[in-house]
Design a protein around this ligand. Structure first.
Ligand code: PAF
Length: 282
């Protein structure tokens, strides 16, 4: 695996890989867990070569968010990627991505409003901007993202369609199902912030979501089931529920229908840690 930290070195490295087959990109912010490694394995199945980017993108963190505290473990991440057969690790420093005078922002309307976009103003502008840059830098044929960040995936697909991105084309942007711990908690780099006691509380999230979906499918009004879901989380020890909503899967339009294509989206906090999850109702 070649590790590249400058744009000057990146272009010849990706050009060389592309001469012998297709190239997939798995964009990450590091602190890799089994969910990321699943993306890498999917990418290896579908492409000849895999590039992984590790870049903790300052533009997608709000002023009171965890940019400085975000776990950084490059040596460990690099060893994990090497063992997975990754060809290229793209790990630029911040000023390689946003040099002095950087002034451009990509803002995707519609799918980025509400849910995490409501709670984290500017977050999806930061994501769309960096992902567009990563696509232009690496020019992958395919790209892989986790479905845990379902709204992020919808934003990236919209951006790819709206900006006529050809590398990767919108149909070459792959969403990979959420990888869960044995008790159902969706894997996330932020789970590392949880104490043992908080980790036990966190398991209530997937449980309460399954319960709410069963109620909706059984005929309970969506609004009632969502209210009960929030109450269940607070009773289990969560400190607050940022949102609990049902939306259409593709366009993220709010819905009160228990349609199997719709999805349940939840964000809730334990102490300073914000956990998100989503599931199809069907
Ligand atoms: O999902 C993430 O880890 C990040 O939002 C991404 C897509 C790598 C952009 O910084």
């Amino acid at each position: 695996m070649e590790t590249v930290t400058t744009l000057a070195r990146l272009r010849p490295a990706t050009d060389a890989l592309r001469t012998s087959g297709s190239l997939a990109l798995v964009p990450t912010m590091g602190a890799l867990h089994e969910g990321h490694l699943t993306l890498v394995r999917e990418a290896r199945e579908k492409a000849d070569h895999v590039a992984v980017s590790i870049f903790v993108n300052p533009r997608q963190f709000g002023p009171n968010e965890d940019l400085d505290a975000y776990p950084r473990q490059m040596a460990r991440d690099s060893a994990l990627l090497e063992a997975e057969g990754v060809a290229l690790l793209w790990a630029p420093p911040p000023d390689e991505v946003y040099p002095k005078g950087y002034a451009t922002n990509i803002s995707v309307e519609g799918v980025s409003s509400g849910l995490c976009g409501g709670d984290r103003p500017g977050h999806f502008d930061g994501v769309a901007t960096v992902v567009c840059k990563l696509f232009n830098q690496v020019r992958p044929d395919l790209a892989f993202f986790g479905e845990k960040d379902w709204q992020q995936l919808a934003v990236i697909r919209r951006m790819a369609r709206d900006l006529d991105l050809t590398r990767p084309h919108v149909d070459a942007i792959h969403g990979v199902p959420i990888v869960r711990e044995a008790d159902g908690l969706a894997m996330s780099s932020r789970n590392a912030y949880l104490s043992a006691e908080q980790r036990a509380i966190a398991a209530a999230l997937p449980r309460a979501m399954s319960g709410a979906i069963a109620e909706m499918r059984g005929g309970m009004a969506v609004k009632t089931a969502l209210r009960e879901l929030s109450a269940t989380l607070l009773a289990a020890g969560f400190d607050s529920v940022d949102y609990a909503e049902v939306r259409t899967g593709a366009d993220l339009i709010p819905s009160v229908e228990a349609d199997p294509e719709n999805r349940l989206f939840v964000a809730a906090r334990i102490g300073g840690t914000r956990l998100i999850d989503n599931r199809a109702l069907g």
